[in-house]
Design a protein around this ligand. Structure first.
Ligand code: 13P
Length: 239
């Protein structure tokens, strides 16, 4: 399983240090073999090697240059960052990133060999039109994206499920993940209101290879509990 914690614009550097200490010791003490990735804010990046991968929530697709307010490759490399989230719904819908800009980021960071957690997902009005409309919408989020990229992780995050406490039914998650599986061999994450109470059940679904967690990941203990649930599933399926 792959378990990702996306802090968004939460936690200070100090809070992130304390959080990482809890998660890192949990991972070592329990011999966790699942992939755990934390996406803190830029201000909390550290140089230290870790047993938990650290990724960034964004990056500007240049080596360096005159791009006021942006963080580019050179600054990420200083922290040994090789993992990035691209296409998150908050960047698409709140920060106004176009598919063209997103595809440019994807191309650049793929050329640099980054692990890319690429996010797709539909708004509620599209979901209400049914599965066919939903996949047509998601297809547009694949424009300019190389679905055969070897270090791709694909995250399905319905916009209406993010931060709302709502989730699709298990059948709906499986339907979308099966449709995504037909397009790519990349691991498939589900995200949107995942918490301790539903994480194990969601991770056990067909073609769900992990979870991308926002608000519920802000508690280190809750996130560790989800990691424990993933480890439990591995035991059940004899991995
Ligand atoms: P929530 O878990 O808060 O719904 O957020 C999901 C998300 O956007 C993770 O990237």
């Amino acid at each position: 399983m792959i378990l990702c914690a996306n802090f968004k614009a939460n936690k200070t550097r100090q809070e992130t240090r304390a959080y990482m200490a809890v998660v890192e010791s949990f991972v070592s003490a329990n011999d966790i073999t699942d992939t755990v990735i934390v996406f803190p804010p830029f201000t909390a990046l550290e140089h230290d090697p870790r047993n938990v991968l650290i990724g960034v929530q964004n990056g500007y697709p240049v080596i360096n240059g005159a791009y006021t307010g942006e963080i580019a490759l050179e600054q990420l490399e200083e922290f040994g960052i090789k993992t990035i989230l691209i296409g998150h719904s908050e960047r698409r819908h709140i920060l106004g990133e176009s598919q063209e800009e997103i595809a440019a980021k994807f191309r650049f960071f793929a050329e640099q060999g980054f692990v890319i957690v690429y996010c797709v997902g539909e708004p509620l009005e599209v979901r209400e039109e049914g599965n066919e409309a939903l996949m047509t919408y998601i297809e547009k989020q694949f424009e300019g994206i190389d679905l055969s990229y070897g270090d791709l992780i694909l995250a399905y995050e319905p916009v209406w499920a993010i931060g709302t406490g709502l989730t699709p039914s298990n059948e709906d998650i499986v339907w979308v993940h099966n449709a995504l599986r037909a397009k790519t061999h990349a691991p498939l994450l589900y995200g949107g209101s995942v918490k301790v109470e539903n994480a194990g059940e969601i991770m056990a679904l067909d073609n769900v290879d992990g979870i991308l967690v926002g608000s519920a990941s802000l508690s280190a203990n809750d996130f560790c509990e989800m990691i424990a649930q993933a480890a439990e599933l591995n035991t059940e399926i004899g991995e």
